[in-house]
Design a protein around this ligand. Structure first.
Ligand code: GDP
Length: 303
């Protein structure tokens, strides 16, 4: 089971014109190898900052450990990348408060609805009782998608057509408490950071959730499409500034050549705060959501 999603993650991340893993095959350790690695990391959208940091750490390690073969360099890069990405690794702690109120944000098409379904499935599987709030009160299709999903999986969904999304969020926190739920997940409509009135609406949802429970929301997640490359940084910055992110879900890593973006996030490139990556999406099926583990991700990138 584990092997299959890791293979998909690896397959996706190896899609760069110059697969990083293939660079180590049958070559000597010389300047040309480091230059090719540099190019490959840039192509994978790691960005200049993270690429320079990684190459510097790699060169130091190769020198320190007197590594002379390409396979040794591969191993060293895997370690260097793992250490670099560690800052993003954080377990999703459900039991610390009841109900845990989770607000979920993102741009349209990022995989928000799918990820909410997957996450609710995973949390229910681990024994938590989950309530969903359909915060997209304008798009009937989005609401319907969530309701159908809830029906299939025996998860209650609170939805009110045409209602104020903040009001739905407020009601769901109260309902979650009254019904003894462990987790209340509040979906929000997809929006672009440039749609300022919609970003204001998001702030309002957050404020109103806090009226229902002054300690909430306990988690504010941003769902980002792993294919968005460096644009992910702009999204994180904007949503973080508006509502204060506590974590990321990075989707579609089974089909992207841009896995390097996470190295850029870890490096805090372009003024981004290294927000933890709780989960990664590695497919369209319900079980295709996995916790982010730096060593696994690094192994998938480097081969
Ligand atoms: P939303 O607009 O953000 O709610 O996006 P959706 O949840 O509707 O997802 C948009 C598309 O991306 C759908 O076709 C999903 O099946 C697909 N998708 C979401 N997550 C993943 C993933 O991890 N891997 C793959 N391959 N597809 C995904």
């Amino acid at each position: 089971k584990k092997a299959s999603w890791l293979a998909r993650l690896r397959g996706g991340l190896a899609k760069t014109g110059q697969s990083i893993g293939s660079l180590f095959i049958g070559v000597r350790v010389d300047e040309a190898l480091f230059e090719e690695l540099e190019t490959a990391l840039i192509m994978a959208d790691a960005g200049v900052e993270a690429t320079e940091q990684l190459l510097k750490a790699l060169r130091l390690r190769v020198k320190r450990d007197r590594i002379e073969d390409a396979e040794g360099v591969r191993q060293a890069l895997r370690e260097v990348l793992t250490e670099h990405l560690k800052v993003l690794e954080k377990p999703f702690d459900v039991g610390r408060v009841k109900p845990l109120v989770v607000m979920i944000t993102g741009v349209n098409g990022a995989g928000k609805t799918t990820s909410i379904g997957k996450l609710a499935f995973a949390l229910q599987h681990s024994g938590a009782r989950v309530l969903l709030a359909a915060g997209d009160t304008f798009r009937a299709a989005a609401r319907q998608q969530l309701i159908e999903w809830g029906d299939r999986n025996n998860v209650n969904v609170i939805a009110q057509e045409g209602a104020d999304p903040a009001a739905v969020a407020f009601d769901s926190v109260h309902a979650g408490r009254a019904r003894g739920m462990d987790v209340v997940m509040v979906d929000t409509a997809g929006r672009l950071p440039t749609q300022l009135h919609l970003m204001d609406e998001l702030k309002k949802i957050r404020r109103v959730i806090a009226k229902a429970d002054p300690t909430a929301p306990h988690e504010v997640l941003l769902v980002v499409d792993g294919n968005s490359g460096q644009n992910v940084l702009a999204q994180i910055r904007a949503f973080d500034a508006a509502v204060g992110l506590t974590g990321l879900i990075v989707t579609k890593l089974d089909g992207t050549a841009k896995g390097g973006t996470l190295a850029a996030v870890a490096a805090g490139s372009q003024g981004v705060r290294p927000v933890p990556v709780y989960w990664i999406g590695v497919g369209e099926k319900i079980e295709d959501l996995q916790p982010f583990v730096a060593s696994e991700f690094a192994a998938a990138v480097v081969g």
